[in-house]
Design a protein around this ligand. Structure first.
Ligand code: 4IA
Length: 401
């Protein structure tokens, strides 16, 4: 008799949340993809998926890979979450579905048609103002940091007061998906204050009567969600909608600053701005990772992930998997980036992706019309976050058209 070969489970002691990896995650991603379809992360006693096929399949399979125990390292079955769980991100069907349907409509292409003209005009005004200040500037703050904060909180219906809390709140929320390391400790002193501010902004009375927030409350009035759900759905916008677009726009600016021939291509064909943004989301993966939890002993590539265990999904590694992408490390407007998992995949796929694309398209179109050359004026600096691939600074030099 011959025994059936049981594939061994490759293991690594690497820490995906160390500063060394956060500074440059690509070597770890390569190592994980090469090791096998599933890799044991001994440091966190969890399982990692880093190949495109496995990541995408697991994201689609919400029954076996649940979100309800949290999409961070903390398992809500055993640990108290740092805030009430998100009704969208940290929930499975059927509870997930009603809030999801509401945001699908509120943030859908139809709703965005009303914003399109204004956001293009806002982008033009911002780019004109930045260019009036000189040929060198920090694109991470002057453009990527400024534009989402200029248009998104207004669209939600937030008052001006306290908007400076949005990025720090989001930064902490994205750190909190990771282990309780120094990045989480750094955010802790302000968690209570920032959470209280965000909660206070989610109330009906705090929101203007014509924004995404008011539309969420109107859905509660219609009975599509309960009134108790409405503030948490608004909170999802404030958590997921700011840092992500800031760092996504940083990603596309950095990509063009380091790929001058691609910038010339965009200048010639500005209708490529949308593809360019998706290609940058694939290439940089602003949201690098999140977790799922196995709801039974799940077999992946011949290896069993035991019931109740956390699985870390490496979106960024999947987005550069040579098994799926030709020349994956190239930022290339000729490729079709659709199918990337930078917005996730399946029932939880980013519900705000049309908002993000509209923001990026408005800004990049305005820039492409006004700037002939864009190049780095100095070394960019990364901002370390347990979940986000982010920039603190992108010194840019531009040549006006
Ligand atoms: C929420 C994964 C990320 C983009 C995200 C973060 C927070 C929430 C949703 C998505 O609070 O609902």
């Amino acid at each position: 008799m011959t025994a059936t070969a049981v594939p061994a489970l490759p293991a690594t002691g690497a820490d995906p949340f160390s500063h060394e990896v956060l500074e440059d995650p690509l070597p770890l991603h390569e190592q994980l993809r090469a090791a096998g379809p599933v890799v044991y992360l001994s440091r966190y006693d969890t399982y990692a998926l880093a190949r495109y096929e496995e990541v995408r399949s697991a994201l689609v399979d919400w029954q076996d890979f649940s979100s309800a125990a949290g999409v961070g390292l903390a398992n809500f079955r055993h640990e108290e979450p740092w805030r009430p769980p998100s009704l969208l991100l940290e929930a499975d069907p059927p509870r997930h579905d009603a809030p999801r349907r509401v945001l699908t409509t509120v943030l859908g292409p139809r709703a965005l048609r009303r914003l399109r003209e204004d956001w293009h005009a806002d982008a033009e005004a911002l780019v004109d103002a930045v260019l009036a200040g000189g040929r060198t500037f920090d694109a991470a703050t002057a453009l990527a940091g400024a534009f989402p904060l200029r248009v998104f909180p207004d669209a939600v219906g937030l008052p001006a007061e306290g908007r400076e809390n949005l990025l720090p709140y989001g930064d902490h929320a994205f750190n909190a998906f990771g282990p309780p390391n120094d990045l989480v400790a750094k955010g802790s002193p302000r968690v209570a204050e920032l959470s209280a501010w965000v909660a206070s902004r989610c109330a009906r009375e705090a929101l203007t009567d014509d924004g995404f927030g008011a539309q969420i409350w109107a859905a509660a009035d219609r009975g599509d969600i309960t009134p108790a759900m409405a503030p948490l759905v608004v909170r999802s916008l404030l958590t997921a909608g700011v840092d992500t677009t800031v760092h996504g726009i940083s990603a596309v600016l950095y990509a063009f600053a380091t790929h001058p021939e691609q910038w010339q291509r965009l200048r010639a064909e500005p209708e490529l701005a949308r593809v360019a943004f998706d290609e940058a989301v694939r290439w940089e993966s602003p949201v690098q990772t999140f977790f799922r939890t196995a709801t039974r002993d799940v077999e992946v590539g011949g290896v069993v992930v035991p019931d109740g265990r956390k699985i870390l999904m490496f979106l960024a590694a999947a987005n550069r998997d040579p098994r799926r992408w030709t020349d994956p490390d190239a930022f290339d407007l000729s490729r079709d980036p659709s199918g990337h998992v930078g917005f996730g995949f399946g029932i939880h796929q980013c519900v705000g992706q049309h908002v993000a694309r509209l923001e990026a398209e408005a800004l990049m179109t305005a820039l492409a019309a006004r700037v002939e050359r864009i190049e780095l004026a100095g070394p960019p600096r990364r901002h370390h976050n347990n979940t986000l691939r982010a920039f603190a600074s992108i010194p840019l030099r531009v040549t006006p058209a």
